[in-house]
Design a protein around this ligand. Structure first.
Ligand code: DLL
Length: 445
């Protein structure tokens, strides 16, 4: 289906009735399990579990297949899960690990074609048209963000300014001079671009952007309002991970009530990260994905560590793919302070409730004695920075109060000057945990 102003659905498969979708998923699941089974890793997994593709009679039979984890990928570094001859590999990307070696993922030409179509889906759902110009500030390289979005935009037929990450004053100059309609980057970088544009004496709203597609890291609804207010745009959320394909796993439509999962290409499950049992729709759990159409590196029941809820109720846009909520955090990003589970998104929500606090923060957790201590360092907004102690104490107390009312615990709030905390050009690092071990018995399975 060609994109046009009247038709805002990129692929008719997005509208498949759920019964038909389920048939297609089962057929594709069997094929995907057969493809995965050619790798020694999945051959072993499937034979130990006693599962052959023909045994999968209903979609529920998926649960007979064990989970795949990041550790499995690491153990088969670099390309042990490759299911096609190396000559058929068209591209290799890698996930942005914070430590050690990246996890590589491979694509055939067919995979790249499907991937660009998946990115086109959410871009079009969020308003991209062939006559738009898009500023892409995601890194181009092993990270899937730059190339993934680039090819999706190209598929739609829109123009691209492939700026990549970094050198924010130059990004602002290009935005001013080329006047693109759309911004694509991480949400934290969008805010930083606005900040630099303002510091430069301009009004970021005058850059003339109409909307933005943001993803690659968790963010909150409050952060969306902030980006929209600062840049004068509509902000859309899109989600993905390299192990599954990259961006294009899910994205928001105009209703912006969750991100439609491309369920004809990925089966999605939501499980309790401790018991690994399924949770009901509407409840937060860990997302697990199974690829249905990937050739180079099929993945079965991949545990993402991303916590979100699923919603299968009908959407006004007509797309039938389940909607996933915002990612509220990662089961391994979640930190436990004095027995209470806290997500960075809760701190962000608290800060954005307080006028004068900027959504630039770092949480440091330590256990100097027997008790956990959490320090939240928060930047003050430039206009609210004051020499008057009284103002600063009042601001700190308001932040303290909001954090307490959202998380139920007290943290030490430290105010720092505007721009004192470093900025990331990609994904923001929010939590620094100095404790050596997690809390016994509370770590997810
Ligand atoms: O970040 C793929 C991507 C690029 C998605 C650009 C969207 C836009 P990885 O580097 O493998 O891949 O990191 C994947 O990032 O498991 C989530 O924890 C997080 N993440 C990605 N998108 C979102 C989002 C890319 N919209 C990891 N909201 C995932 C929350 C997100 N978290």
């Amino acid at each position: 289906m060609a994109p046009s102003a009247e038709n805002r659905v990129w692929d008719p498969a997005e509208l498949l009735p759920r019964a038909r979708l389920a048939e297609l998923q089962l057929e594709r699941l069997r094929a995907s399990v057969s493809r995965a089974g050619v790798t020694p890793f999945y051959d072993g997994v499937l034979s130990r579990a006693g599962v052959a593709p023909g045994d999968l009679r209903t979609l529920d039979d998926l649960r007979r297949i064990p989970f795949t984890t990041k550790d499995d990928l690491r153990a088969h570094y670099p390309l042990g899960l490759l299911a096609v001859p190396r000559a058929e590999v068209a591209r290799i990307h890698g996930s942005s690990g914070t430590t050690g070696k990246p996890t590589f993922v491979a694509y055939t030409h067919g995979d790249l074609e499907r991937w660009s179509g998946l990115c086109a889906r959410f871009l079009v759902a969020g308003g991209l048209r062939p006559d738009h110009l898009v500023h892409v500030a995601f890194g181009y390289g092993l990270f899937t963000g730059g190339f993934g979005l680039h090819q999706g935009i190209e598929r739609v037929g829109a123009g691209i300014v492939p700026v990549a990450g970094g050198n924010t004053p130059r990004q602002v100059m290009l935005l001013r001079d080329l006047r693109p309609d759309v911004l694509v980057c991480t949400p934290s970088y969008a805010l930083h671009i606005a900040e630099v544009a303002r510091a430069d004496g301009g009004d970021p709203r005058e850059l003339g952007l109409a909307f933005g597609h943001f993803g690659g890291e968790p963010w909150t609804e409050e952060m969306r309002f902030e980006i929209e207010r600062e840049l004068g745009i509509r902000a859309f959320n899109n989600y993905g991970l390299s192990e599954v394909i990259g961006p294009g796993v899910s994205g928001e439509c105009a209703a912006r009530t969750g991100m439609h999962v491309a369920e004809d290409h990925f089966l999605v499950e939501c499980v309790d990260p401790w018991t690994l049992e399924p949770v009901a729709d509407g409840e937060v759990g860990e997302l697990v994905f199974t690829s249905l159409t990937k050739e180079a590196m099929p993945i079965l029941r991949y545990r993402t560590r991303d916590l979100a809820a699923l919603d299968r109720s009908p959407c006004p846009c007509g797309r039938t793919g389940a909607r996933m909520s915002r990612v509220v955090g990662r089961s391994d990003d979640m930190f436990i302070v004095r027995g209470v589970n806290v997500f960075p998104s809760q701190i962000e929500e608290a800060l954005l409730r307080v006028e004068g606090a900027a959504p630039h923060y770092v949480i440091e957790i330590a256990r100097p004695g027997t008790l956990d201590e959490a320090v939240v360092r928060v930047e003050i907004r430039p206009g609210d920075f004051s020499d008057e102690m009284r103002h600063m104490v009042a601001l700190r107390d308001r932040i303290d109060h909001e954090i307490h009312s959202i998380t139920g615990i007290r943290m030490t709030v430290e105010l720092v000057a505007p721009s004192a905390l470093g900025r990331s050009e990609g994904k923001a690092r929010r939590v620094i945990d100095h404790r050596r071990a997690g809390v016994p018995g509370r770590d997810p399975a």
